[in-house]
Design a protein around this ligand. Structure first.
Ligand SMILES: Cc1cc2nc3c(=O)[nH]c(=O)nc-3n(C[C@H](O)[C@H](O)[C@H](O)COP(=O)(O)OP(=O)(O)OC[C@H]3O[C@@H](n4cnc5c(N)ncnc54)[C@H](O)[C@@H]3O)c2cc1C
Length: 411
């Protein structure tokens, strides 16, 4: 009998799973369902579009014919509302019932709303989809003042969009520095200075108490908890994601701020898999359950999930993730899990060059490199090899990391 594989989500995780399924199971039925109105596009590049630096065309990755050519049934504008694991069916918002033998949930997340007064006013943006990017670009081009909230990897994209669009912006952060869970004030200072130079003023010990609007309901200013008011006809918020797992709420599939999977991307239901940002996965290098929001990791999880949907337990997810920022005239890269760990080492070199490595049980598990990315392959190699190296911080923090100088692994 022909196997039926159904994938919910046509982001990079769902789409790479579809591609792999077609390769691994040439005769199977493969269906991809997405609530978006367009097929896979490059989510990483939508910030460049919103800055006004890229046209639409290069952002699209798959045309509709990509699916037709591979005999993949793509359903656009279709929301999956419910999954019934016993019946092996799912339901769509239009009441259609679709059967599956194996199901992949690759539904990612939706930006979290700020729970303050007027947070749904006109002119306040969240950033996840191409549609969001179109609205941001149009509005940013016509805005003079702005506020950005959310001191992390997506918040800085919104800050960079303000800078590129010539908006006089304030970047309101709760703590004392940008991405305070991964960078120390020394490292973050490089980012703060670069933002300042581009017309985005970082404000620390701040946040949002409420937004103020005009008579038409359009945001005009942001009031922080200290009572300070910032003019803002444009507001961008990036304070995290709510994971799209509600379609499994009436099932026994284990969810915990995402969908829990093992290293094979399999849930506690043997016919249901998950991949991408939505997963709480067992990281075999870290040795614990964790979550990751990065393009490369989501792509690999999709591929691995598909292989295991066809041949259960055939390949585990073993991956060192990377995330780079290209908004400044110096490079920035975080890898692995820079916010976790029980030990760390960091060093500031000359201007705009800084690095930090995090360790768990003596092994590298992540880090952040600013200004000089040359040590990344050495650190990632040590991480993949799970070498105990935290006793050799001096060698690891040398400007040029020489793996020959790192003491051999203890047996
Ligand atoms: C602006 C921006 C910049 C980024 N920059 C970087 C970067 O520089 N480097 C990097 O590594 N990562 C970056 N990321 C993160 C990266 O894009 C994500 O980690 C990755 O796209 C996650 O892919 P995914 O397939 O797991 O989820 P998604 O891409 O979120 O795809 C999930 C899909 O499922 C759909 N869906 C959800 N629920 C349902 C439902 N019930 N029914 C049907 N469809 C549903 C969603 O609409 C969506 O299309 C960025 C993200 C954004 C938004």
């Amino acid at each position: 009998m022909t196997q039926s594989y159904v994938i919910i989500g046509d982001g990079i995780a769902g789409s790479s799973a579809a591609e792999t399924l077609r390769e691994e199971a040439p005769d199977a039925d493969v269906t991809v369902i997405t609530d978006e109105g367009e097929a896979l596009y490059n989510r990483i590049l939508i910030k460049e579009f919103a800055k006004g630096k890229l046209p639409e065309a290069p952002i699209s990755i798959h045309s509709d014919s990509w699916y037709e050519d591979r005999d993949i049934d793509l359903r656009l504008n279709t929301v999956v509302t419910n999954v019934d694991p016993d019946a092996h069916t799912l339901s769509t918002h239009e009441g259609e019932e679709i059967e599956y033998d194996k199901l992949l949930v690759a539904t990612g997340g939706t930006p979290t709303q700020l729970p303050v007064e007027n947070s749904d006013a006109e002119g306040i943006h969240h950033f996840w989809t191409f549609q969001d990017a179109r609205a941001i670009r149009e509005h940013a081009e016509n805005s003079d003042t702005g506020v950005v909230v959310g001191a992390g990897l997506l918040g800085i994209d919104l800050a960079a969009i303000c800078a590129a669009q010539g908006i006089d912006a304030h970047y309101l952060m709760r703590g004392e520095c940008w991405w305070r869970y991964a960078l120390s004030p020394d490292g973050a200072e490089i980012i703060h200075d670069a933002l300042d130079e581009r017309g985005v003023t970082p404000v620390f010990g701040s946040g949002v108490d409420r937004f103020e609007t005009d008579d038409e309901g359009h945001v005009v200013s942001t009031v922080d908890p200290n009572g300070d008011t910032y003019d803002s006809d444009f507001v961008g918020i990036a304070i995290g994601l709510d994971f799209n797992a509600e379609l499994l709420q009436n099932t026994e599939v284990e969810c915990d701020d995402g969908i829990v999977v093992d290293e094979f991307m399999q849930t506690n239901d043997p016919d249901i898999f998950a991949a991408g940002d939505i997963t709480q996965f067992h990281d075999v290098i870290l040795g614990e359950r964790t979550q990751n929001g990065a393009w490369g990791s989501a792509k690999e999880q999709g591929t691995i999930a598909a292989k295991n949907m066809v041949d259960s337990g055939s390949e585990e997810f073993r991956w060192v993730s990377s995330y780079s920022i290209t908004h400044f005239d110096f490079p920035f890269l975080s890898f692995g899990h820079p916010t976790l760990g029980d030990d760390e080492a960091e060093m500031k070199y000359e201007d705009n060059t800084w690095r930090r490595i995090t360790f768990k049980d003596g092994k590298i598990i992540g880090g952040v490199l600013v200004g000089d990315l040359s040590p990344q392959s050495a650190y990632k190699k040590l991480m993949r090899e799970e070498r105990v190296v935290s006793d050799q911080k001096d060698v690891l923090l040398e400007k040029r990391v020489d793996l020959e100088k790192v003491a051999p692994a203890q047996q």
